[in-house]
Design a protein around this ligand. Sequence first.
Ligand SMILES: NC(=O)c1ccc[n+]([C@@H]2O[C@H](COP(=O)([O-])OP(=O)(O)OC[C@H]3O[C@@H](n4cnc5c(N)ncnc54)[C@H](OP(=O)(O)O)[C@@H]3O)[C@@H](O)[C@H]2O)c1
Length: 289
Amino acid sequence: MAGAKGKQRVVIIGASGQLGTDLVKVMQDWHVIPLTHADLDICDFVYTRKVLEDAKPDIVINTAAFNRVDDCEEEVSKAFWVNAFAVRNLAQICADLDCVLVHISTNYVFDGQKREPYTEDDPPNPLSVYGASKLTGEYFARNICPKHFVIRTSGLYGVAGSRAKGGNFVETMIRLAKEGRPIRVVNDQVLTPTYTKDLAEKIKELVQTEAYGLYHITNSGECSWYEFAAKIFELLRLRPDFGPTTTAEYGARARRPAYSVLARERLAQLGLDDLRPWLQALAEYLRVR
Ligand SMILES: NC(=O)c1ccc[n+]([C@@H]2O[C@H](COP(=O)([O-])OP(=O)(O)OC[C@H]3O[C@@H](n4cnc5c(N)ncnc54)[C@H](OP(=O)(O)O)[C@@H]3O)[C@@H](O)[C@H]2O)c1
């Protein structure tokens, strides 16, 4: 790969987000060029090309997204601009520069009808505008940029907290518990919560291969959002007014898959180790946050 002679030049887009922050940290021994939203709006196609041409990267990692899933239902145009059309532009630029594009996608490309983990070969069928816009972005990255890694992940939390969502799920649960509010969490959506530090480390391993393609990367195991919240409270010895609810009762604007656990088959085929169980990762996050 281009940087084999020296340090990889890696542009990280969305550098102050949860995953972006951890990527900058784990790649600090490479030549990292972090770009926050204030530095670069990927919807400005001309400026994006100029910035990337000047940066001369070996690798571009796009973590930027419009990821407020419910808001995407109303702001459809914005969802497709950020999650799809801007990705097409990035893919075209990376193809022209002959560099690697790493693009992050989501478990919400699946409809959740399956009851066992989705592999990379399972057909997607998104239920929401967010899922459809992210799937379109995947297709652009895969079909325009030959050197691509498209990585689907799920349930992210990291020490930077999701900027877009004003704190991640873990922080929201802790805040609600401390405020003494009743907490009801859906028990009929199953996924794998994933620590962005673990994901960032695996991305670093993966990009050192030339095994381009589509990958699922999450921590291992599975749980419902309710079970995830229960473990957060148990590990922190918090005792809030807490109970389960259903997706129907909760009534979110966007539809979400009932089951969206991702099988990490292609990582295994490559001989890369699986990620640790989600509960171990959560325990570490709660120690270092
Ligand atoms: N969070 C999850 O549970 C989850 C699950 C599955 C997949 N994913 C995917 O994983 C990736 C990373 O998620 P994350 O949780 O790390 O997100 P995040 O914390 O919200 O970070 C995303 C970053 O992108 C920036 N951004 C938004 N629009 C932009 C634009 N037009 N141009 C440039 N930067 C822009 C945001 O900046 P501002 O905040 O300043 O706008 C933010 O810093 C995303 O692709 C997401 O779709 C997330």
